[in-house]
Structure formats: structure tokens, C-alpha cells
Design a protein around this ligand. Structure first.
Ligand SMILES: C[S@@+](CC[C@H](N)C(=O)[O-])C[C@H]1O[C@@H](n2cnc3c(N)ncnc32)[C@H](O)[C@@H]1O
Length: 190
């Protein structure tokens, strides 16, 4: 584990990145992974989707939270074959399915109870638009890398302006936004 300052320099948005830790630049800050797992514990979802598994550290934490919940499963998407294999190994024995698939081609198999969007910074708003039909009013979506040094936040603001979601942005080194879905999607009542 390394100080996050190795990956994110101090900024006005987050002046003390050294207070967070991360295994590498591709994996989320450990403290953010813990937040995501805690949300899974707090919200008790049945079906969780993660985009961008990378090496599977947050997938493992979500899987362990689901196991503690006693119900629910995670599908995590990763386009890189070697990373998908490593994530699968890391999540062995947990209620986690790693799919080597592009997030914008994935079709959820049932209503999404919680999502962690953490793939390409260019695609997260499009992922949210794609999965909204499977989300009910009140579903929580956590989006990573919404700090000002990434392009994600302004793209999400378009969804806010369109009335699909409302949210709050947390001042973590890379930024995390918690978004509440505001209307039932067409598949969410199934
Ligand atoms: C920031 S890392 C994910 C970190 C991980 N979610 C975590 O919490 O530690 C982003 C990953 O998304 C993958 N990726 C990028 N675009 C993708 C897409 N459209 N669909 C699926 N995976 C994608 C990359 O290969 C990379 O491994």
C-alpha cells in the first residue's frame, strides 16, 4: 500500500492526498473501497454492477460485503483480459462474477440495486445513461474519479440538469460522487 500522494498531487480540491492510500494508480484509494463496501452493507442490494474491475480489489470488498449481507451478487466488467483473470482469482469463493466485457455492451440481467462506475473516465456518464432503465427511483450510484482533474464531473452534471439524478461530490483525492436516481427506469419494477 502506498500513500495516494504518489498518484495524486495535492490540490485545492484535496490538499492532503497523503492521508489516503492505494495499492497502485489503477486501483481505487483503499479508504474509498471501504466506503463502497460500507454502502453495500448499508443498502443491502440484491444486484450490484461495477464497471472497471482492474485487479479486483474493490470487487473483492463488495463481494465480502455481500457475503456478510447474506444475499446479493456483483457483476464486474473489465475489458483487459489479464486484469479480468486476476480479479476473478481475487474474488474466488465470493458472490462475484467477473465478465471480460465492455461496459457499454453489458445488459444488466435484473434491476440494479447499487452501481460503482469506475471504468474509463470518458465513459462513466454513458454507462449511467445505459443502466438507468434498470434502476429504480432512489437507487444509489457511486462514480469514481469525479475530481476536477478528470472529465467525469461535468459530464455527470448534464445528467443532473436533465433531471435523471442528483448528488453530492466527496473531496477524496480522485473524487467520488454519490448519485441518487430520481425516477423509475423501465426495467426497474420487474
Ligand atoms: C480505475 S480502474 C478500476 C479500479 C477498480 N474499480 C477499483 O475500485 O480498484 C479502471 C479499469 O477499467 C477498465 N476499463 C476501461 N474502460 C472499460 C470499459 N468500457 N468497460 C470495462 N472495463 C473498462 C480498465 O481496463 C481498468 O482496468
Amino acid at each position: 500500500m502506498r500513500p495516494e500522494r504518489d498518484f495524486t498531487p495535492p490540490s485545492a480540491f484535496c490538499p492532503h492526498p497523503e492521508r489516503w492510500t492505494a495499492i497502485d494508480a489503477a486501483s481505487a484509494e483503499r479508504e474509498v473501497t471501504e466506503l463502497v463496501a460500507s454502502l453495500v452493507r448499508a443498502l443491502q442490494p440484491d444486484y450490484v454492477v461495477e464497471t472497471g474491475a482492474a485487479y479486483g480489489y474493490t470487487a473483492q470488498a463488495i463481494g465480502e460485503a455481500l457475503r456478510r449481507n447474506g444475499h446479493g451478487r456483483l457483476v464486474t466488467l473489465e475489458i483487459d483480459e489479464a486484469r479480468a483473470v486476476e480479479a476473478e482469482e481475487r474474488c474466488a469463493g465470493l458472490p462475484v462474477k467477473v465478465l471480460q466485457q465492455h461496459s457499454l455492451q453489458f445488459v444488466p440481467e435484473e434491476p440494479v440495486g447499487f452501481a460503482w462506475l469506475d471504468s474509463s473516465a470518458e465513459e462513466r456518464d454513458r454507462e449511467l445513461r445505459r443502466y438507468l432503465p434498470w434502476m429504480a427511483s432512489g437507487t444509489l450510484v457511486a462514480v469514481h474519479d469525479t475530481g476536477p482533474h478528470f472529465p467525469v464531473h461535468p459530464r455527470l452534471q448534464a445528467l443532473v440538469k436533465e433531471g435523471f439524478v442528483r448528488g453530492v461530490r466527496l473531496r477524496t483525492p480522485r473524487g467520488v460522487s454519490l448519485l441518487e436516481v430520481l425516477a423509475d427506469g423501465m426495467h426497474s419494477a420487474q
